[in-house]
Design a protein around this ligand. Structure first.
Ligand code: CTP
Ligand code: MG
Length: 335
């Protein structure tokens, strides 16, 4: 009878893994979509280089960090080295150029916290935000993409977590919940902490890539092709990892004292970061250190109301993973 029960459990977990993998596969964009994005980007490059021959255009965010689900918007960064430029003027000029090239819904949002030009490409329906000189975002995009190449379980976990966060309405920084970027950082940290570890800490390894952006030195080991198989001693599959991820954020994380840090591959204390009290709008109720802008807490948007929402959602997810007979449906039920 014992053996029969073990076999049943085994079947159960295999079935759950397969179900999560099917969700993951359904979220991955098709080649065709990626190709269209590339085409669109090349068209933008052509238009931009006519006006600013010295400028460079970069993709960043989910269309370039390998954590983009199908039908994501495209994030583009226009990098102009000239220190003299007036940001608003450049963005207005860019909007002008795009407008006269038949792009639709072109809007220059020059007063936003991060000023951008928004546009839509009529044929493919691709939406795109273009910001100016946000090179740090381009570099952290590369870091995320490099981590994703080490072990496929990162991409699987992050897709499931992002999908959960969007379904449950906890992926909106303007409402005090977390950005997609913050969720991916949480996944990287989590896989660094598994025993045996599934991901290494690239910023603690010998530097093979280094760039200084806005006085911040960004350096890490980027020869990730040499790290294939790094996590192979750990046999955990996606269902187990999803369970453990939510369990960590529901019941194990020390919200009062701990800061998660992908940069060091460890947990730091709020005390050593001096993140123990509210300063301005930074409340530090859930502390997620940015890998490069280390004074930057990605959880700073979370306030005393949204922390409750967030923690209840983590608990709900953990409990579903523990007790629900069909977690891969219940987990993503709209809120
Ligand atoms: N970013 C950042 N610091 C933040 C938030 C975002 O540097 N606090 C940058 C990152 O480079 C990130 C990009 O902005 O990759 C886009 O952020 P976000 O929209 O959160 O992530 P996406 O990966 O684009 O997710 P989505 O699929 O939801 O668009
Ligand atoms: Mg995005």
């Amino acid at each position: 009878r014992m053996l029969k029960r073990q076999m049943l459990c085994r079947l159960d977990i295999d079935w759950l893994n397969a179900a999560f993998l099917a969700i993951y596969e359904s979220l991955v964009p098709l080649e065709e979509e990626t190709a269209k994005q590339k085409q669109f980007f090349m068209l933008l490059e052509k238009l931009v280089s006519k006006e600013w021959p010295e400028a460079r255009l970069y993709l960043y965010g989910s269309c370039a960090n390998s954590f983009g689900v199908s039908k994501s918007d495209i994030d583009v960064c226009l990098a102009i080295e000239d220190a003299e430029i007036n940001k608003s003027e450049v963005l207005l000029k860019l909007a002008d150029i795009l407008q006269s090239d038949n792009f639709q819904n072109v809007q220059a949002l020059t007063r936003a916290r991060v000023p951008i030009v928004k546009l839509m490409e009529p044929v493919s329906g691709i939406s795109c935000d273009i910001c100016l000189n946000n090179v740090l975002a381009v570099v952290n995009t590369k870091l995320l993409r490099d981590y994703a190449q080490i072990d496929v379980r990162l991409r699987q976990l992050a897709f499931i977590v992002k999908h959960w966060a969007k379904s449950r309405g906890v992926n909106a920084t303007y409402q005090g919940t977390l950005s997609s970027y913050a969720y991916v950082i949480m996944c990287i940290h989590f896989l660094q902490q598994r025993r045996p570890a599934i991901l290494p800490c690239l910023q603690e390894m010998g530097t093979t890539y280094s760039i200084t952006v806005d006085d911040i030195q960004c350096a890490y080991f980027d020869q990730v092709e040499k790290l294939h198989g790094f996590g192979s001693r750990n046999k955990e599959a996606i269902a187990q990892l999803v369970w453990a991820f939510f369990n960590y954020w529901a019941y194990r994380h020390d919200y009062a004292n701990a800061v998660i840090s992908v940069r060091t591959g460890s947990i730091l204390s709020k005390r050593e970061k001096d993140w123990t009290r509210r300063i301005g709008n930074d409340r530090h109720l859930i502390c997620i250190e940015d890998p490069f802008e280390i004074s930057h807490d990605l959880g700073r948007v979370v306030d005393k109301f949204s922390i409750k929402v967030l923690r209840e959602e983590f608990e709900r997810a953990a409990d579903i993973m523990q007790y629900d007979p069909n977690p891969c449906v219940t987990l993503f039920e709209p809120y």
